[in-house]
Every structure is written in structure tokens, then in C-alpha cells.
Ligand binder design. Structure first.
Ligand code: NDP
Length: 320
């Protein structure tokens, strides 16, 4: 069983690689630079010596993924830039997301070995369709973000993911690729990679009082996200889109857990005085039905958050 994972040194992808190796797969993993020391942790994973091969590939280079995809039964395309502030949205976000996805899918059509492709999309491709936010509204996989709304609000990341998903479905229908798309919310959990990825950095910034990312947070654990990718690849009846959110959480709930469980963690309290009077931000509910049909039992957000904090401490990003 040989599969390909793109962007393997990323937060989600490296969890996926670890789980695939644990489950006996041989993994052809792409990274931008196999000689970069930040890919070393991948080679140290259990089973990597025997069953992990690293390939150099870039989203913007045509045919770049061919040798990694050749001979694979499954392809997990997770590589895509995750950045919120950009100078040139087209070059920094939209091109790598859209052209990169098409680049990977084109490679898939060259090799008859490929049976199914799972693309890591985002909840951002569902949420922005103009429906007023209310706790009575349930978001499910029938929701699609409107690119014009993403553009108007300058939500370039959401635009990049929305256009990439649209392109993926169009190309897959035209070329008869069996495609599934995975749509995580805010992904938490212990990073395997040495550097910080965007979502984990949001938590660190909240603790350090550097930046307050607006809640509600639609949390899902990185281990559940990895598992969902594999289930969506393996389950014969899996199809279409899968949204992954374990729990919609307010910022005051996060701060309360941090204060109670980590009394020695120095929260920059003054920044958060307004949190003393909890004001729940309006939020949608997010459907769990299709995720549960894949057998996903969501990890409680408290466990994900605690494991994230412990890992940040272990890696030296937090001292307490
Ligand atoms: P990371 O930043 O950890 O991973 C992104 C990966 O994409 C990295 O491996 C990066 O490579 C790679 N990449 C970026 N640009 C290019 C390029 N031009 N060519 C090749 N590779 C490239 O983020 P996450 O693990 O969090 O995200 C992975 C996927 O999950 C993305 O598709 C993201 O949109 C999606 N997602 C993430 C969520 C989250 O909360 N974290 C929520 C919902 C969806 P390099 O290491 O070389 O920079």
C-alpha cells in the first residue's frame, strides 16, 4: 500500500505521515527541500527508515509531483500556504493553492495506480456565503463560500481555499478522479514539526498577549484530522466533503482553562481584562454527522489544548 502526502513537513501532514506509517503504509512524501534540517523529524518517525521516501516538489512547478505520485494508490494533498497577512494575495496564496492543487491532480491522471485523492481543504470554503451568524444555524457540507464575499472582506486565505476546492472538483469531474475533500476548523494539538504553524502560533500569541485571534474557535484535534484523511481514503463508500469541528469554543473558555490548569503560566492578564465578563460571540453550529460516519470520535477540545500547551513547553516555546 503506497500513498503520497504533499507538504509532509507541515503540521497536519506530518501527523498524517506518522499515522500512515503506523498503519503499515509506505509513504512517498513531498517537501520543498529534502535537505532542509526541518525535515529531519520525518526521517525519525517510527517506520520511516523502512517505508518513508522524501521527494522534492513545489506547488508552482508543473510536473513537480510526478515521481512522488507514480505508483501510489492514494494521494493526500495537504500542501498550501497558511498565512493571513499577505502583500500579494495572488502570488502568495491563490496561485500556490489553485495552481498547486491542479498540478497535483494532473499528476494523478498520469498514473493509473491512483484510486482516490483526498484534498485538505478548510471550513473556510463553507462559512462565507452571507448567511447571518446565529446559534440556530447549522453549517454542513452543503454550504459553499462565495468567492465574491471572500474578496470583499479581503479574506484572501478563504478565497485561496475556496477557489482551490472549486478547481479540484471541476478537474476531478472532468477527469474521473475519485476525490474527497476534508474541511477542518481550527486545528489544535501537539505539533510534531520543530517550527510553529499558524494555528498553534495563534494559541502561543494569545498566551503571550501578542495578538488576539477573534473567537469563536472551531476547534478540531490534529490527530482526528489525520485519522479522518485516512478514513476518507480507505472507506469504500466515502465521498464528497467532510467538515471537521469537534467543538465551537469561546475565547473566555480557553483563558479559563489556561488559568485553572496552568497557574504558573504567565498570561498577559492586562490584555484580557475584558474577558472577566464572558461575552459569548455569536456562532454557527457545525454538523458532525458526516465526520461521525467516517468513525471520527472527536477528541475533547480541553485535551487538545492541554496537549498543545505541554508540547509548546517541551519544545521551549513556553516556559512555566
Ligand atoms: P503548515 O503551514 O504547517 O503546512 C503547510 C504546508 O504547505 C507546508 O508543508 C509548506 O511547506 C507547504 N507549502 C506551502 N507553500 C508551498 C509551495 N509553494 N510548494 C510546496 N509546498 C508548499 O500548515 P497546516 O498543516 O496547518 O496546513 C495544512 C493544510 O491544512 C493546508 O492546506 C491548510 O489550508 C489546511 N488547513 C489548516 C488548518 C489549521 O488550523 N491548521 C485549518 C483548516 C485547513 P514548507 O514547510 O516548505 O513551508
Amino acid at each position: 500500500k503506497v500513498v503520497c502526502v504533499t507538504g509532509a513537513s507541515g503540521f497536519i501532514a506530518s501527523r498524517l505521515v506518522k499515522l500512515l506509517l503506523q498503519r503499515g503504509y509506505t509513504v512517498k512524501a513531498t517537501v520543498r527541500d529534502p535537505n532542509d534540517p526541518k525535515t529531519e523529524f520525518l526521517r525519525a518517525l517510527d517506520g520511516a527508515k523502512e517505508r518513508l521516501q522524501l521527494f522534492k516538489a513545489n506547488l508552482l512547478e508543473d510536473g513537480s509531483f510526478d515521481s512522488a505520485i507514480d505508483g501510489c494508490v492514494g494521494v493526500f494533498h495537504t500542501a498550501s500556504p497558511v498565512i493571513l497577512s499577505v502583500n500579494d494575495p495572488q502570488a502568495e496564496l491563490i496561485d500556490p493553492a489553485v495552481k498547486g492543487t491542479l498540478n497535483v491532480l494532473k499528476s494523478c491522471t498520469k498514473f493509473h495506480s491512483v484510486k482516490r485523492v483526498a484534498v485538505t481543504s478548510s471550513i473556510a470554503t463553507l462559512l462565507y456565503n452571507g448567511t447571518p451568524i446565529s446559534s440556530d444555524v447549522v453549517v454542513d457540507e452543503t454550504w459553499f463560500s462565495n468567492p465574491d464575499i471572500c474578496k470583499e472582506s479581503k479574506n484572501w486565505y478563504a478565497l485561496s481555499k475556496t477557489l482551490a476546492e472549486e478547481a479540484a472538483w471541476r478537474f476531478s469531474k472532468e477527469n474521473e478522479i475519485d476525490l474527497v475533500t476534508i474541511h477542518p476548523g481550527f486545528v489544535l494539538g501537539p505539533p510534531l514539526q520543530p517550527n510553529l504553524n499558524f494555528s498553534v502560533e495563534v494559541i502561543l500569541n494569545l498566551i503571550n498577549g501578542v495578538q488576539v485571534f477573534p473567537s469563536p474557535y472551531r476547534f478540531v484535534d490534529v490527530r482526528d484530522v489525520a485519522n479522518a484523511h485516512i478514513q476518507a481514503f480507505e472507506a469504500p463508500t466515502a465521498n464528497g466533503r467532510y467538515v471537521l469541528v469537534g467543538r465551537v469554543t469561546q475565547r473566555y473558555e480557553v483563558l479559563k482553562l489556561l488559568r485553572e490548569d496552568y497557574p504558573t503560566l504567565q498570561l498577559k492578564e492586562s490584555r484580557f481584562e475584558f474577558e472577566e465578563e464572558p461575552q459569548p460571540q455569536p456562532s454557527y453550529q457545525i454538523s458532525k454527522e458526516r465526520a461521525q460516519s467516517l468513525g471520527i470520535n472527536f477528541t475533547p477540545w480541553e485535551i487538545s489544548l492541554r496537549d498543545t500547551i505541554e508540547s509548546l513547553k517541551e519544545k521551549g516555546f513556553l516556559k512555566f
